[in-house]
Each structure stands twice: as structure tokens, then as C-alpha cells.
Design a protein around this ligand. Sequence first.
Ligand SMILES: *[C@@H]1O[C@H](CO)[C@@H](O)[C@H](O)[C@H]1NC(C)=O
Ligand SMILES: *[C@@H]1O[C@H](CO)[C@@H](O)[C@H](O)[C@H]1NC(C)=O
Ligand SMILES: *[C@@H]1O[C@H](CO)[C@@H](O)[C@H](O)[C@H]1NC(C)=O
Length: 495
Amino acid sequence: MKAALAAAAFATGALAQQGAYGQCGGINWTGQTTCVSGYTCTYLNDWYSQCVPGSQTTTAGRSSTKTKKACSKTRSSGASTIASATAIEPPSFTTLTTASPSAFTTSLTFDSTTLTSETISSTNTALASSETSLASSSSATSALTSVTPAATASTSSNTLTSATSTTSSSTLITSSTSSSSSSEPTGGTGTGSFKWFGADESCAEFGENTYPGTYGTHFIFPDTSAIQTLMNEGMNTFRISFLMERMAVGSITASLDADYLANLTTVVDYITSAGGWAVLDPHNYGRYDGSIITSTSDFGAFWTKMATAFVSYDQVIFDTNNEYHGLDQDLVLDLNQAAIDAIRAAGATSQYIFVEGNAWSGAWSWNTTNTNLVDLTDPQGKIVYEMHQYLDSDSSGTSESCVSGSVGVQRVVGATEWLKQNGKVGIIGEFAGGPNSVCMEAVTGLLDHLLENSDVWMGALWWAGGPWWGDYMYSFEPPSGTGYSYYHDTLATYA
Ligand SMILES: *[C@@H]1O[C@H](CO)[C@@H](O)[C@H](O)[C@H]1NC(C)=O
Ligand SMILES: *[C@@H]1O[C@H](CO)[C@@H](O)[C@H](O)[C@H]1NC(C)=O
Ligand SMILES: *[C@@H]1O[C@H](CO)[C@@H](O)[C@H](O)[C@H]1NC(C)=O
């Protein structure tokens, strides 16, 4: 999730600057166009410019409604949120780390006052027009929603079959089957229910500019009692974000940090001993310490150690990396394959492996961007293609608004077809919507579509739970996270 970086960077009170690796330009981009100190806004393609490490070039940025909301939300957040925000501060703001809470609050208030008087109305206009254009262009894709999957009958189900046979008898999974029995699959070999349904669990990856950072100041691990609440509501899968720079300190090939690993393992133990699934998510975008990982052997070495640490955990799932983007497409294939090979060679043969794609692993662009990943191989046949999909105008997950009630389906139908045509299975590893009725319709439409195609879609995970989200619009942290409050009753019907 790239928006996590952006939201956290805004929370520092930095004026109208995008955080590390955040988007800073592209067609119809209405957000920040300058980057925090130490990062430069760099053109990647017509749709994406991005803040990458490098000396700053200052151009006039403009405010957006997103920024204003992020800042005003932060003002009402608790002390722990401020601590996490501190972690992601750009170097020039480092002095604020030791500022007293009142000094920090003053700074934030000043900033948001400034932002309030900026170009909100023009931003609204831009957003409105871009939504209109997306809505009208969506008519072109609406025909696709009614396409009958020709490949349904021939869908190869090796992976799914083994998935079904290894389903544990945990009560979580039993109850999820019965509670969603109203949605039967329309074809294929699906069961009409999700194998994996749950939430991303954030915060061990916070503080992305500070390595390794300080526990409790720059990062924190997910709260197992919050996870228990979600499990009580039927969720069975939790994708735990962490940073490779903290797990392998100083070098990607370093031995794993015993403390950080132990803290991650505590969360994993909690989930798996309750019968749930724990997805290990190095939230690194195909990068280590700001640089694209180009050595497949180094990447494999990291995964050898991770797989060794969790070799005996059948209900751990290895997710090779979060949201590759801006990488050579062959490199994305090679890094994923190196991870798979290393994991299997380490003797971890029972676990599923989630692979992710380039371009932030977006489902909407999967069929044009990541088609080469069809060539990934696994002797165990347990590759699952993890895609992410947000429902706002640019699929970035940075706005409370959803384009339409049908956008969720529109953005994944192409991926559904790709999975079917290639005999693969997938999961939506990140999705979310703002707390409003249009997004509710888009979210349920998306989930209904995935269930109807449960021969190829094995589940979905909401972005995100985690103890430091404050009142972030998508927060799924019980008991009062914005997303949790608005969506948990509905999501429970899919669990
Ligand atoms: C950008 O916005 C313009 C004007 O609203 C629209 O015509 C165009 O299709 C949009 N482009 C994309 C890629 O959304
Ligand atoms: C691990 O968690 C403990 C608290 O349980 C904390 O004291 C310690 O600093 C943490 N270490 C790391 C590296 O996360
Ligand atoms: C690719 O996927 C998108 C989004 O789901 C869809 O609109 C488009 O028609 C697909 N293109 C092809 C060639 O399948």
C-alpha cells in the first residue's frame, strides 16, 4: 500500500510534500508534486511520477483534498500516532522527533490552517472531472462484465484442488463456509466461499526512512487482541507487513534480526495457533534501503532465511514482496522465481507463496503489465497471484471517494479472465473503500464478483488494521477504526 507512506508523511506536518516512494505526478494526478527532503519526483511513465531517493528539486506543489484530510485527521490522533508519524519524517524534520507533543501539535495546526486556504476548490474540480471521465470510459468496459468465462470448464485446478484438500479443519474455515453458502459459484470448481478472508495488519513497516528504527517510536507490531476481535467475526487471514531493512539489518543478506523476528513470530504464532493464516509481507516495493533489488541471489538468500525460520508453519504464507513498481518486468519475474526457489530449497514445501506484480500489483492493469508472470513455476503448485485493487479515481487508495458502485467489478474482470485463461489462482491482497454508500456498493460488488469466480479467486484482504492508524479513512482496527466501523458487519457476511 503506497498510500500508507503518503498518509504517514502528511502526518508529520510536512507542507504539501509527498512521502518516500509516493506518487507525485502523472496524468490527472491531483496530489502532491514535490517530495519530502532527500527524495526527487521522478517520471516513471505517463501515469506515474514517483518520489525516489535523490536530491530535491523544488517546484510549486499544490494542495489536495487528500492532504487536507490527512492533516486534519492527524490532529485528533493519539500520541502513538504522532510517534509513528515521527518515524517517517524526512531528514529535515528530524528535530521534531524530540519536540514535545505540544510543539508538534502546534506545528500540525499551523500546517493544516495553511492547507485549508489552498487550492481545494480547483482540486475538487479536477477530481470531479477525472471521475466523470472514468465513469464515461467505464461504459466501454461494461460489456466485459457480462462476458462468459470461456475458460471456466478448462480451468486447471491443480492448485485449487490441493488447496481444498489441505484446508484445515479449523472452526474459522468451517464457519466461513456455512456463512457464505448463499453465494454459489456460477461455474468452475469454486466452492462459493473464500479460503482466505481477512485484513492486512500494518505498523511493523512504519517509519520507512529510519532503519532499523526504534520499537514503539518508529514502528510497532500488530495488536493480537485486535486480531482476535477480527477472528471472532470470521476473518481467518492476516497479512503482516514488515521491513526487510529491519529483518536483515545493514544488508539484504545479513542474518535475521532475532528481536524483530521474534516479535513477528509472536503475531504469527497467535494467528496460526488459532487456526488462521499469517501472510508474511516484506513491505518493500522490490527495494532495499531505497534501491531496487537487482540481485536475485541476494533476494533468494533473504528468503532462504525467512523460509527456514517458518519452515514448520503450514499456515504461514510467504508473500515475496509488496507492490513492485518501476522495475524491469523481467526482474519482477526473476525476483519472484528466486524467492520461490529459495523457499522450496529451504525445505518449506507445504506453504503457499503469494507472488506480486509490477505497477503496484494492480489488478486493473495486470492483464497488460504482468502477463509474463504466467511463467513462474513451483514444484509444489502453490503459487497464488496477489493483486491489489482500490476503487478511487486513480486506483491509488488515497481518496474516500469511489468512482462508481460498479468500479470494483470493472477493475478486476480482466484479471479474472487472465487467471482463468492461464489456469492460475489469485487473491486480492489489498482493497478498501471510504465510508460511504457508493464505496459500499463498489466493495460488495467486488467481493460478490470474486465469490462468483471462486474457482480462481481464493480470497481478499482489507487494507488495513494496525494500532497506529489513528482515524485513517480505511483503518480496520477494532473497535473504532473508520473502515472497521463502517464495513465490519458487511465484511463478516463474506467471512
Ligand atoms: C484526464 O482528465 C481528462 C479531463 O478530465 C480526461 O479527458 C482524460 O481522459 C483523463 N485521462 C485519464 C488517463 O484518466
Ligand atoms: C520486540 O518487542 C519488545 C516488546 O515486546 C520490545 O521491547 C522490543 O524492543 C521489540 N524489538 C524489536 C526489534 O521489534
Ligand atoms: C484488462 O483488464 C481490464 C480491467 O479489468 C479490462 O477492462 C480490460 O478489458 C482487460 N483487457 C483485456 C485485453 O483483457
